[in-house]
Design a protein around this ligand. Structure first.
Ligand code: FAD
Length: 381
């Protein structure tokens, strides 16, 4: 069986679900293909929540993108009559001279973002249940919080389908190739052709884009839900998101909506993954060893033994910045990958950028710093 589409999206997780929606909203005939039934827990977009923030300490060029991401999340909430974003505020606790605090301050100053430097003596009153390590500064941004990750993907997919998009779940793309100005896609179930292709394969991006040799590294990451063990803890009340930059890890997390646990992860480190399909999903105490010391100094009311955990994957680039671009040899193919463990908040806006790149050959969004030909991607070392 062969069918022709205006566009095909390979991989309909975080970014692909958004690209599918934005393509469908432009009125084109679009097919999304995913090896699982999205949203699912086999890739990089699961685990209840994802943080969203504006004072981007990693690179100030993300700020205009994330501002548009917020706008698009609000639009999606309105269109689907549901709440996807919860604003809690977020504090960074980190050494004053380190890149987290200096970068966040720079982003806030350049883009006039609402923020505060919280004095040490006010810390316990402002953030009950949290402790501040000696010598750390606190940067608080107000317009930050979390997104409900499954609902976000479902909202994009449902809207895309209501606009005429087709979604083939449990179907694996085996190969793709350019055919003149079009593309042909071969799956385990059939063959399709399209005028354009959008590739958003997450941790599988290195496999589906192997000819480009993008230096992507997939690492195994673990999410934990730690219970509050002190019955009188102020942590039972919903509070601010937090990020601690410590010498042995970058710990961050959220108060959970169950009111009894805090969800946490360590942004640093992670073991290499050879094949995302066979990533080790068994969680052992070794996986949460670093949290014991962190919780003892930052949140002593929280038990270091998790009640729940989940294994996920980061797909890292050497400079930690995403890859969003057109294929250098085949302009009918656009690519979104290497989201380096901080991508989800951007799925709303990058999905739109991918749809625009695909249909118009250009995008209104400032994604120049995410191009494939930047120096950091030009070597495999
Ligand atoms: C533990 C953890 C915590 C994180 N915390 C945050 C956070 O707080 N804030 C934030 O903004 N980001 C965060 N991130 C990062 C964010 O979740 C990811 O950047 C984002 O979800 C990646 O989405 P994706 O679309 O690239 O990948 P995925 O959602 O995995 O989508 C890829 C899809 O491609 C499909 N696919 C792959 N190959 C094929 C094929 N051959 N045929 C068909 N389908 C295929 C897969 O089935 C999958 O559905 C975190 C990530 C992790 C792992």
């Amino acid at each position: 069986m062969s069918s022709h589409y205006d566009a095909i999206v390979i991989g309909c997780g975080g970014f692909g679900s958004s690209a599918l929606f934005h393509l469908a909203s432009r009125g084109v005939k679009v097919l999304g293909i995913d090896r699982f039934q999205p949203p699912h827990d086999k890739g990089s977009s699961h685990g209840e929540t994802r943080m969203i923030r504006k004072a981007y300490h990693e690179h100030v060029d993300y700020v205009p993108l994330v501002q548009n991401a917020y706008r698009l999340w609000h639009e999606l909430e309105e269109r689907t009559s549901q709440k996807l974003y919860y604003e809690t505020g977020l504090f960074f606790a980190a050494p004053p001279e380190g890149s987290t605090i200096t970068g966040a301050k720079l982003a806030a100053r350049l883009h006039h973002l609402r923020h505060e430097i919280v004095p040490r003596e006010d810390f316990r009153d402002r953030f009950p249940g949290f402790e501040l390590p000696e010598g750390f500064d606190v940067f608080l941004e107000h317009e930050a919080g979390y997104l409900l990750i499954d609902d976000c993907q479902r909202a994009h997919l449902d809207l895309a389908r209501s606009l005429g998009a087709e979604l083939h779940g449990d179907e694996t793309v085996i190969s793709w190739k350019p055919e003149g100005a079009s593309v042909a896609v071969e799956t385990n179930r059939g063959r399709y052709t399209a005028d354009r292709l959008v590739m958003t394969a997450g941790p599988w991006a290195g496999q589906v884009l192997s000819s480009l040799n993008i230096p992507l590294k997939v690492v195994r990451k673990t999410l934990f839900w730690f219970p509050i063990r002190n019955e009188n803890s102020p942590l039972f009340s919903p509070g601010t998101c937090y990020f601690y930059d410590l010498p042995w890890g970058e710990f961050y997390g959220f108060h959970c909506r169950d009111g009894r646990t805090l969800k946490m992860a360590d942004h640093a480190g992670g073991e290499d993954v050879v094949d995302p399909l066979t990533v080790d999903r068994t969680v052992t105490p070794r996986d949460y060893a670093g949290f014991e010391k962190f919780l003892a100094i930052a949140m002593p009311d929280v038990s270091p033994v998790p009640v729940k955990s989940s294994v996920c994957m980061y797909t890292r680039t050497p400079d930690g910045n995403f890859v969003v671009d057109r294929h250098p040899e085949h302009p009918q193919v656009v690519i979104g990958c290497g989201f380096s463990g901080h991508g989800f908040k951007f799925t709303s806006v990058i999905g739109e950028a991918l749809a625009q790149l695909s249909l118009d050959g250009r995008t209104e969004h400032p994604i120049g710093f995410l191009s494939l030909d930047r120096p950091a991607l030009c070597s495999n070392e």
